[in-house]
Write a protein that binds this ligand. Sequence first.
Ligand code: PGA
Length: 270
Amino acid sequence: MRPVVIAANWKMHTTPADAGELAATIAARTRVDAPVTRVICPPYVCLAAVGAALAGTAVAVGAQNVHHELTGAYTGEISAPMLAGLASWVIVGHSERRRDAGETDELVGRKLRRAVEAGLRPIVCVGEQLVERETGQAEAVVRGQIHGILTAFGDATFGDAAADLDESGAVIAYEPVWAIGTGRNATGADAATMAGVIRAAIAATGLVDLAAAIPVLYGGSVTAGNIGEFLAEPAIDGALVGGASLKPDEMAGIVARAGLTAAARSGGAG
Ligand code: PGA
């Protein structure tokens, strides 16, 4: 059974002075009596404060990015080994980094490799642009992203790398770019279709077990008001939440709804 995951992407918001208090508030407001995996991904400089604030809670800490090399002359960058003790999850391939830092599928695959090597649970982001959806290319684009990322991850051979990825607890986030931060979310049905495309693309690389086992999250203008539409889809296992993840009321509503799904899927409420 796949876990239900709600991950908060705080993007470039909060400071070391205020992040801990916000994280603690969210942790307290999102306690549910069901197996929902909660993750908060603050800016790098807030990881320590958020980690301290979340100590003793079940909420995990994630980074928003990681470099594809281990050390070297990369001014301003952070590598996977540097995150040891600060984060247990990491987002790779977010569309804002693809847009602003020119990240390609090949680079994202290498970041994924570093994350897995370091024992970080990756949240791998994929998703199409608006023009790609409008011209009927969404499925092909996302299929290509998955193939490109996994090819770079495994250096085109999915030997041991496949087993590593299986064991990494990796999660995919389907985030249509036109839905991020726009207030215009995808439909639950479209997100479910794309989750199927993602699983088929993973299976097509030979990773058949991983395709069935990997959680697929939806991201893009998720709120407490619309999370139910996504979690009603059996193919969707949670959400990557941006803007709403800075609001404790919204997070409380989102995780409460996720708790119903987690209970139902684990055989509780049916
Ligand atoms: P949003 O961002 O919820 O603000 O649309 C989602 C994301 O970028 O992960």
